[in-house]
Ligand binder design. Structure first.
Ligand SMILES: Cc1ncc(COP(=O)(O)O)c(C=O)c1O
Length: 389
């Protein structure tokens, strides 16, 4: 019998929407021009690039000349942090990030400390929320940048971005937010939310890998990290990856139309999954906030077992899930996000992330609710932890 395949790891990456793939294909072959060429091939590619830029801008209420294309959210986050700090080092050398940021923000900030900058890592509460009063207290006279993610990739917590934006505006501090997990999934408006820099990514919202962008509010100067031929206003030189960016633009166009309805559908499935797991499995808990979370994210922990063994058992039944972020799943250390929300290392190790997406069907949720209680029971029976409880 052919094994059923249930993909519940959409937070790690999503398949490309067939409608996206269709518009990308000609840009690999007949429309292969370099956007910097003056001839017709080049201009055709350049027009497609500018159309994609408009589509990205349109999804966040920005202007198209405020969008710089990059290759990944990791690159956009590096560009935001290093670009702003190096362009403003005469104004100040202090930045603030939250303690549950993605590793590319944490590592970039760490790198900045070896170049004369100071970094405050703001703690979060048990749900993963940054506290606005604590944030205000952490601001110093020489704070130039605050970077707080829009929603956390592991526990799904959505941060109070609008309020943080207001604080930054009042204090005249640049505000960057990593929206890799929210872009194309929930509403974002860079003006309403007072965001100065925003990271978005294509492969988390049914576009291809290799395309992402950084919104930089008009008038804000940043230092480029990549120097060369002057593409992207000189802020990100490199020959433009036209097929990927065209696909990214198309994914934005589709999200703009479908996001609201899809988000409602996902929330219903997510809540069914959460309710079902907590009801059917004794000693199970939800990580993150019950409501203020990504519409597609459910993150659980189970007493006395390790997340990795659950993942393996689920995989044997055709269900793809993860313990945390794709980058940290390969390491065997407990997730920094789960430790920061106050879990003990053994509790963090017992966590499981199920992230839903466009092709998740209700019957797949029912399937998980049928097999997961049996897996947990089986693993608990052989768990060495239970006996030492
Ligand atoms: C919140 C967040 N930021 C950044 C990244 C890195 O994205 P990319 O894989 O596009 O470099 C991810 C990917 O998981 C993410 O979830």
């Amino acid at each position: 019998m052919k094994k059923k395949k249930t993909y519940l790891d959409y937070a790690a990456t999503t398949p490309v929407d067939p409608r996206v793939l269709k518009v990308m294909l000609p840009y690999f072959s007949e429309k292969f021009g370099n956007t910097m060429s003056l001839h017709n091939f080049g201009q055709e590619a350049k027009n497609a690039l500018e159309q994609a830029r408009e589509n990205v801008a349109d999804l966040i209420g920005a202007k198209s000349d405020e969008i710089i294309f990059t290759s990944s959210a990791t690159e956009s986050n590096n560009l935001a942090l290093k670009g702003i700090t190096f362009a403003n080092k005469d104004k100040g050398r202090h930045i603030i990030i939250s303690s549950i940021e993605h590793s590319c923000i944490i590592q970039s900030a760490e790198w900045l400390t070896s170049h004369g900058f100071k970094v405050t890592r703001l703690p979060v509460d048990k749900y993963g929320f940054v506290n606005e009063n604590e944030l205000e207290k952490a601001i110093k006279r020489d704070t130039i940048l605050i970077s707080i993610m829009h929603a956390n990739n592991e526990i799904g917590t959505i941060e109070p971005i609008k309020k943080i934006g207001e604080i930054c505006k009042r204090k005249r501090i640049y505000f960057h937010t990593d929206a890799a997990q929210t872009f194309g999934k929930i509403f974002i408006d860079v003006n309403l939310m007072n965001i100065d820099l925003l990271t978005v990514s294509s492969h988390k919202m049914y576009g291809p890998k290799g395309a992402a962008a950084l919104f930089i509010r008009k008038g804000i100067r940043i230092e480029p990290l990549i120097h060369g031929g002057g593409q992207e206003e000189g802020l990100r030189s490199s020959t433009i990856n036209v097929p990927a960016i065209v696909g990214f633009g198309q994914a934005c166009k589709i999200s703009k139309k479908e996001m609201e309805k899809e988000s409602k559908r996902l929330k219903r499935l997510r809540d069914k999954l959460i309710k079902g797991v907590l009801k059917k499995i004794p000693g199970s808990y939800l990580n993150g906030h019950p409501k203020k979370r990504l519409p597609n994210n459910a993150n659980f922990r189970f007493d006395f077992i390790e997340g990795e063994s659950i993942i393996i058992q689920l995989d044997l039944l055709g269900i793809a899930a993860s313990t945390g972020s794709a980058c940290s799943s390969a390491k065997l250390e407990p997730s920094h996000v789960l430790l920061e929300i106050g879990l003990k290392p053994y509790q963090a190790h017992g966590s499981l992330r199920l992230s839903l997406g466009k092709w998740t069907k209700e019957k797949e949720i029912d399937y998980v609710l049928k097999v997961l209680p049996k897996i947990i029971k089986k693993l608990r029976n052989i768990s060495p932890f239970k006996k030492n409880e």
